[in-house]
Each structure stands twice: as C-alpha cells, then as structure tokens.
Design a protein around this ligand. Structure first.
Ligand SMILES: [Zn+2]
Ligand SMILES: [Zn+2]
Length: 314
C-alpha cells in the first residue's frame, strides 16, 4: 500500500506555501525558509536537524498533515522506540534442557508483561511491539531472542513514566527466565508530543476557513485517535502548528489502502491548493502582525518555553 500517509500532500503544501510567502517576504518584517526533512517518519529527521542548529534562527514553524478531518490542533503524541534483547544459554532441548536458559521465554515474558501493562496505563498511552528474533530450531534452547516496542504518550512527563514501567517489565522478564537483558532505547531519535501553539492554530483555522474548510474545535478529536510526528521535537523548541487537512471521507485512517487512493485523488489536489494557501496566509500574518507574534511567543512561554530535549531523555 506504500506509506499510505499522504506525505506527497505535506510536501506540496509546504512548497506551495513557501513559494507564495517568498514572493511577498521582501515587503514584510522577516524572511521565510523551506526546511525539508529526510527520514521524517521513522528516522526522527527533524530532531537531527534541530540538534544541528537548523531551527536556531527560526521564530515559528507551520506544516500540516493530510487526514480525514480538519483539526487546527491535532493531539499528536510522543513515541520512543526500544530494542530489547534477551541472552540465555543454548542447550539440547530434549537431551539436556536443564543446562539451558531460554531467551525466548524472556522475550515472551516481556511481551506478556507489556500486554498486562495496557490495562493500567493512561487511556492515551499506546504500547505495541513485535518479536524480531525467537531462536533457530525447536531442539535448541534459544540463547538469544529480541523484541522491538514503540511506547507512546501524550506528554513528555507521562512518556517518561511509561518508559520506566516498561524497563521494570523487561528486567523482571529476565529474572523470571534466568536470562540477561540488554535494553537499547531510541535507535532513532525520540518523537516528542506536539505542543500546538494556540494563537497560531487559531489563525490557521481562520485562514483555511476562507477556503471553506471548517476546523474542528480543540477537544473534539479524541486524544486516542492519533499518531506521532517529529514536528513534536520542533514544537518544544520553536512555536509551531501541525493541523490536519481533510482529503478523505471521515473514518478513513492513514496507513490504509483506502488512504493511499485518496492521497492521489482530486480531493488531495484540492487539499494541496487550500493547504498551501492556509499555511502561506498564516506565515504572512505572523510576519505582518506584531500582536500575533507577541501572543504566539507568550503562549509558547506559558506552555513551558524551550525544552532541553537532551536532558529530558537522560
Ligand atoms: Zn504521516
Ligand atoms: Zn505515516
């Protein structure tokens, strides 16, 4: 089905908004930059750009994501990745099983422990994983087994709690199986929850409203109906918005074959035009309107200001 996320629409709206804004930027109070992101989904590209100083001289960031509904402030949550490897002792599974320690048992304990965690975590938290290695032959006690999990939460602080609980489960699973465990966090950068800038999001809602698109008020889209984006890492460094733009009928989810089809439809093309205009107008408003700039900055500071992302993950 391909990526099925409509990132062609993201790219085209960003380029369109940039071209429109750049045309008038000379008459305005600032400048506009188009910052592309390699490895946006899965590689944490924006975190790497941010660490390299790519957003240091930026005052505000706008981008959008196609969807099946219009939300000026979509509740994007954070995600961390963890690779968990169990080490046991190989032995003949029939002749001398008592000499072995089963790494697959460690992995299965961990998987079950995470499944039991689900009942007792926040309703907006998400944990999901797979077993990536489970042994080589049934007659050999597996000496190595491995899993990969994603852990998602709505706030940096609740994500930290979820991470600690998962660590406890992974360690306990090793104790139960007499194995040892290696826990490797963030083989790719963490994705932090998006901190939506309210004044900028309101301005987006007004601007895209002029294209006949009615943004849902905050709180209507359930917090659970969400994913993660590396724009979150930018949004805790610089005021930012990441609204959704409807290019598919309600109920069609991203990462589905249906969404793949909608992402190349006439509705998507119309979305590119409307989205690019909405982003451009919002960027121009920001550059022209000192009052908006002040309220954007005030809102950002009230939400905690610039976060020290490295310290947060320590
Ligand atoms: Zn996406
Ligand atoms: Zn995606």
């Amino acid at each position: 089905i391909g990526h099925a996320c409509g990132h062609n629409v993201i790219c085209a709206t960003a380029v369109g908004a940039f071209l429109a804004t750049a045309e008038v930027a000379g008459d305005l109070d600032g400048s506009v930059e188009l910052i592309g992101t390699p490895a946006e989904e899965g590689g944490g590209g924006k975190e790497l750009i941010a660490r390299a100083g790519g957003f240091d001289d930026v005052d505000a960031v706008v981008m959008l994501h196609p969807s099946s509904f219009e939300a000026a402030e979509h509740p994007w949550i954070g995600v961390r990745t963890v690779d968990v490897t169990y080490h046991g002792l190989a032995a003949h599974a029939a002749a001398m099983p008592f000499k072995g320690r089963n790494a697959l048992d460690g992995a299965v304990n961990a998987y079950q422990g995470m499944a039991q965690l689900r009942q007792h975590m926040l309703p907006t938290d998400r944990v999901h994983g797979i077993i990536t290695e489970g042994g080589q032959k049934p007659n050999i006690v597996p000496e190595r087994a491995a899993l990969t999990f994603y852990l998602r939460s709505a706030e940096p602080e609740t994500l930290a709690v979820l991470v600690q609980r998962a660590e406890d489960i992974f360690t306990a699973a090793a104790t139960m199986s007499g194995t040892t465990v290696e826990i490797g966090w963030d083989p790719t950068p963490v994705y932090l929850p998006v901190r939506n800038n309210h004044p900028l999001a309101l301005r987006w809602a007004v601007n895209v409203g002029e294209r006949g698109r009615v943004s849902l008020p905050r709180g209507i889209v359930p917090d659970a109906l969400t994913g993660s984006t590396d724009l979150g890492n930018v949004s805790v460094r610089v005021p930012a918005i990441h609204p959704t733009l409807a290019i598919a009928p309600a109920g069609v989810t991203i990462h589905s074959p249906e969404f793949t089809a909608h992402a190349r439809s006439a509705a998507a093309d119309q979305g590119v035009v409307d989205g690019a205009i909405g982003l451009a107008l919002t960027a121009v408003d920001f550059l022209c309107d000192p009052e908006l700039r002040t309220s954007v900055r005030d809102d950002f500071q009230a939400a905690g200001g610039t976060l020290d992302v490295a310290a947060l993950l320590a």
